[in-house]
Ligand binder design. Structure first.
Ligand SMILES: [Zn+2]
Length: 180
């Protein structure tokens, strides 16, 4: 099961990495946004814009009909500058440094009673750095299995099986390719 999870994680990482690279490449001219509606219809958004990924978690409620739905939107980077400005203007406490930004909105954001949101902005390169190590355990495991196979070591425990025909004397695992 752990092996399966590691392989699944490694496989999922590849399209994720490719997606971030593609978005980064487009981001100087295009803004790509994905909006997800959480249970209850609360709007959550991810956007790629000018070398950064923006994550927005809001309490803006679009009703239960929108719950568990998603929509995408692409605009020019210049158009999205206006959105960025509005989001920035409604921010309250925030922290920003080296292309990173974290903040929470003022109360009643955008003049809507009770509306609030949290914003996290990360550069694409940082997201890549965070995602890149995910497949490493899987790659390491795959390399170890290859090593054990070529040296005729037990795949389960690594014991030397060159003098063994059917079962590993150390852990009892069946020797691959041995006659049953
Ligand atoms: Zn063994």
């Amino acid at each position: 099961m752990r092996r399966f999870l590691r392989a699944a994680l490694a496989l999922l990482t590849l399209p994720l990495l490719a997606g971030v690279v593609l978005l980064w490449h487009r981001s100087p001219d295009r803004a790509d946004a994905l909006f997800l509606f959480a249970p209850g219809g609360r709007l959550q958004g991810v956007a790629s814009h000018r070398g950064q990924l923006l994550f927005c978690f809001s309490s803006a409620d679009f009703g239960p009909d929108r719950a568990f739905t998603a929509t995408t939107q692409t605009s020019s980077a210049t158009e999205f500058d206006e959105v960025r400005k509005a989001v920035a203007d409604n921010l309250g406490p925030q922290w920003a440094r080296a292309g990173l930004q974290f903040g929470v909105s003022k109360a009643d954001a955008f003049g809507v009673t009770g509306a609030k949101y949290a914003l996290a902005v990360l550069p694409h390169w940082l997201v890549l750095l965070l995602v890149l190590p995910l497949p490493v355990p899987w790659l390491r495991h795959a390399r170890e299995m290859r090593r054990r196979r070529t040296r005729r070591l037990c795949l389960t425990c690594g014991y030397d099986l060159r003098a063994t025909v059917d079962r590993c004397p150390e852990c009892g695992a069946a020797v691959p390719g041995a006659a049953a």
